[in-house]
Design a protein around this ligand. Sequence first.
Ligand code: GLN
Length: 547
Amino acid sequence: MAKDGRKYIFVLGGVMSGVGKGIAASSIALILKQRGYKVNLVKIDPYLNVDAGTMNPTEHGEVFVLSSGLETDQDMGNYERFLGIDLGPADYMTSGMVYQSVIGRERALGYGGKCVEAIPHVRDEIMDRIQAAGQKHDSQISVIEIGGTVGDFQNALFIEAARVLNMQHPGNVSFMMVSYLPVPGTLGEMKTKPTQNAVRQLNSYGVQPDFLIARSKRPMDEKRKEKLAIAVSVRPDHIISAPDVDSIYDVPLNFEKDKLGDVLLTSLGLPVGDAADMQEWEVFVKNTKVTTPEVRIGIVGKYFDTGDFVLSDAYLSVIEALKFSAAAVGVKVLLEWVNAKEFEKGGDIETLRAYDGILVPGGFGESGIEGKIQAIRFARENKIPYFGLCYGMQLLTVEYARHVAGIAEAHTVEINPDTKDPVIDVMPEQKELIKEGKYGGTMRLGTYTAVLKDGSIAREAYRTAEVLERHRHRYEVNPEYVERLSKAGLVFSGTSPDGVLMEIAELPKSEHPFFLGTQFHPELIARPLSPHPLFTAFIKAARDTKK
Ligand code: GLN
């Protein structure tokens, strides 16, 4: 393997998952980028799924679709949002992908008769992919996040690859552990022992962390920092206290304030240069902190409940997109989770009146769908701004067909394959795939063009005649019903360039302040510094309705 002169920063998790490795990795990359370095980010997911598309979002959070169509982990969304760039397939790997390549090569006699083993062959495949990503971006610094927690069996091979890369590139590799320091309620004292043990576990792999991001409820005091530094052989100025913050977008600003960039660059032998230029970011963060006026948005979905806990990770990009537009419009957005299944069990639909806007995000399958249709009808009839994303657009169409266009049995064939009125039908090329059970990575995925209709809400919001948006679906508005629906007043304001696929449906402004659905997922390209025009239009409509 060639010496490439590139610097590598590996971000690893200690103690437990969910403490913000992805945000730490994104924030580091951002502050280094804002110092003028060319930085790339790679996410490694240790699971055997070849991509994240086959996992239930309550299990693993949202599936984030790249422009290329690759279905990835939600952290990739954070990376794109923090850095304001589009990532590609080279920037993501799972164990499944890595093994698939190795096994594919073995079947093609690519190993020249050798016995193919995890070490060295799988490890080398991982190292090749890490280096290829840096090369592709021609970056000076690669930040690589290894998913899971140190000590998991699943990620050991990835840590081994990082260790060997460090051996081969002495002085060019840095290890950073994002760990958690609990403050047990009964003690009221911050405990460093779990982190000490996590570092020892990493040591047992032959890796010593150079930096520790100490996540905790409260800031870490000097006394504990000294103690931890000695216990785990990490210099005190390489231990960064990272207490809980109101907003993940504060993290890069805090890292910069704590001079993490200085110590990181110095330890990698790179010039520290000027402080990171965070001006635009600071303005954005400030705008996210307005407290009035408030706009209440009800998100009607179903992927919230896991046991006794309510998680919103399944809708991460939607939440962030709403926040970016709220910041741009100058309002505070209050998000509430409305479980669509409740309306099916007799829950009072009138409760929706409390919202200034209602949103139905993407989804699959039967559960909660009649509840969502009820919610959409309520929003339409009561002129509450409504925004439907993917499934939310398909169900908008079903609702309009049933209750306005007089197509009483309108349905999506995803739920009722034998419906008399398949207003939402399976896409022709999907039929064979489903029959053959080929589900993984086969939806209509990634970026496609939509052409917008003059005079529509969408056209006005985007201020352009053609847009590129990311998709993830198997079903679509059935072309055979387009004429009837249009005659009944539904405007298909965005279509594929050949006019066959309906990409946006809306009602004219004269009928409703904002009633619009997109077959694509606009939330996937909303960024802090460039909020999505349709989310912004929705938030504006919600604000104006409230008035
Ligand atoms: N289930 C619908 C389809 O496959 C919608 C998908 C989605 O919301 N992402 O077409």
